[in-house]
Design a protein around this ligand. Structure first.
Ligand code: AMP
Ligand code: MG
Length: 369
C-alpha cells in the first residue's frame, strides 16, 4: 500500500516536488478470487494480481473457457489501460492531452478518435452537471498542487486568475476535423476525473472481443464487472471502503457495505472522495476535487459511489456529485435511468444517502471469502 501511495504522490503532482498528497487504496475491493480457479462447468478464472497503471494499482480478472483465452484477455485489458494512459495523462509530455495543453490556444490540435471520444463524454457530463464536472479544471489543479508544495493557501488573486482560465464552454471540439481548440490562453485539460473510467471501459471491450465469458477490471478501486462471475458465485461482489476508517493507508481496509452486481449486464462502480486523495496545507486537508466556479476544493462528501452501466459515466458522475453535494447530487442521479448513488457524509454524525434503487445492489447475505 505504501508503494502505491509513494507512486501516486510522484505521479499526481510530478512537477511539484515535496508535495504532500496522501492517497489511499482502492475504495472498492473485489472479493475472493484465487489466482487461477477451475469451474465445474469448465470455465477458468485468471487473476492478474496488482500492477501499477495510471498512477495506481490495477487488477484484472478474466473468466473464460480456456487458459489461453483468459490470459489473452488479461493482456488485452492491460494494453488498453496503458493505451488510454498514454493518450490522456497530463504527466506524460507526449500524451495528446499534454499536446493540447501546450498548443490548443491558437492552433487546432487534431487528436485520436479515443481522445476525442473521452473529451466529448466529458463535455456531456459538464453540461448535465451544470459545470460541476469540468475537465478544464487544469489551472486550478496546478494552483492547488503549488499551494500544497509551498504549504500556503492560494491567494484570492491567484484563485480569480485560475478560475478565469477554466470553463467547459471555452473548450471547442470540432467534430468535422476531430480537433481541439481553447478559447482562452492558459487553459489546461485534466482528465483525472474520467480517464480511469474510460480506460476501464476500453479494457472490458477488449476482453469481450478476445472471448472472455466474464471479467472484472479494477483501476484504483474504480471497477467494472461483466458476464459470468467467479466460480461458486451468483454475482460479482464489490466491497465499499468505509471512509471514516480510512485515515491510514497502512491499516487493513474496513468495508462499509458489500455491493452485488448482477451477471449478464455490465456494471460499473466508481468512488470519488476526499478520503482517497487530498492535499495538506497548514495542517488542513483539502480535497483533490475542485469546485470550478469558486476555485476552492469541494468539501463535505468524503465518499460518493456511483453504480451504472459503464465506468466512464460512473467516474465522471462520482466526481460531479462530489462537487454538487447531497441534495443536488442525489437529484441529478435520480433523474438518470439505471444509475444509482451511495453518498457518505463526514463528521461524527456521518450519514449515508442512497438513491431510490441503490438498495437493490447492497448484499445482505453473509459470504465466505
Ligand atoms: P475522481 O477521483 O475521479 O473524482 O477524480 C479527481 C480528479 O479529477 C482530480 O485529481 C483532478 O485531476 C480532476 N478534477 C478535480 N476537480 C474536478 C472537477 N470539478 N471536474 C472534473 N475533474 C476534476
Ligand atoms: Mg471521477
Amino acid at each position: 500500500m505504501s508503494v502505491e501511495r509513494d507512486y501516486m504522490i510522484r505521479k499526481h503532482c510530478r512537477t511539484v516536488a515535496g508535495l504532500t498528497v496522501v492517497a489511499f487504496v482502492a475504495a472498492a475491493l473485489y472479493f475472493a478470487v484465487t489466482r487461477i480457479s477451475s469451474y465445474s462447468h469448465r470455465m477458468v478464472e485468471f487473476d492478474s494480481g496488482q500492477h501499477l497503471v495510471m498512477g495506481t494499482f490495477a487488477r484484472v480478472v478474466a473468466v473464460a473457457s480456456d487458459s489461453q483465452t483468459a490470459q489473452e484477455c488479461i493482456e488485452a485489458a492491460f494494453e488498453q489501460l496503458t493505451f488510454v494512459e498514454n493518450l490522456c495523462s497530463v504527466h506524460r509530455e507526449d500524451s495528446e492531452i499534454s499536446k493540447c495543453n501546450r498548443n490548443a490556444y491558437g492552433t487546432a490540435v487534431k487528436v485520436s478518435e479515443e481522445t476525442f471520444e473521452v473529451l466529448q463524454k466529458a463535455l456531456k457530463f459538464s453540461r448535465r452537471s451544470a459545470g460541476a464536472f469540468d475537465i478544464t479544471v487544469g489551472p486550478l489543479v496546478e494552483l492547488w498542487c503549488r499551494a500544497a508544495e509551498a504549504n500556503s493557501l492560494p491567494t484570492k488573486q491567484q484563485l480569480t486568475d485560475a478560475v478565469g482560465r477554466v470553463g467547459y464552454d471555452k473548450l471547442i471540439l470540432d467534430t468535422n476535423t476531430g480537433s481541439v481548440r481553447f478559447a482562452v490562453e492558459g487553459m489546461k485539460l485534466d482528465l483525472g476525473g474520467i480517464a480511469k473510467g474510460y480506460a476501464i471501459d476500453k479494457a472490458v471491450e477488449a476482453m469481450e472481443y478476445h472471448g472472455a465469458a466474464g471479467g472484472m477490471v479494477d483501476v484504483g478501486g474504480d471497477i467494472r464487472c461483466f458476464g459470468t462471475p467467479p466460480a461458486g458465485r451468483e454475482h460479482w461482489l464489490i466491497g465499499l471502503q468505509d471512509p471514516a476508517r480510512a485515515d491510514n493507508a497502512l491499516k487493513p481496509v474496513e468495508v462499509l457495505m458489500q455491493l452485488k452486481l448482477p451477471s449478464g449486464i455490465g456494471s460499473a462502480v466508481t468512488t470519488s472522495g476526499d478520503y482517497r486523495r487530498f492535499v495538506l496545507i497548514e495542517g488542513q486537508r483539502y480535497s483533490h476535487i475542485i469546485n470550478t466556479l469558486t476555485g476552492h476544493s469541494s468539501e463535505g462528501l468524503p465518499s460518493v459511489t456511483i453504480i451504472c452501466e459503464n465506468a466512464a459515466d460512473s467516474d465522471a458522475l462520482a466526481t460531479a456529485v462530489s462537487v454538487m453535494g447531497v441534495k443536488k447530487g442525489l437529484a441529478l442521479i435520480e433523474k438518470m435511468p439505471q444509475t444509482e448513488a451511495i453518498l457518505v457524509t463526514s463528521g461524527p454524525e456521518s450519514k449515508q444517502y442512497l438513491t431510490s434503487g441503490a438498495q437493490n445492489y447492497i448484499n445482505t447475505e453473509s459470504i465466505d471469502y
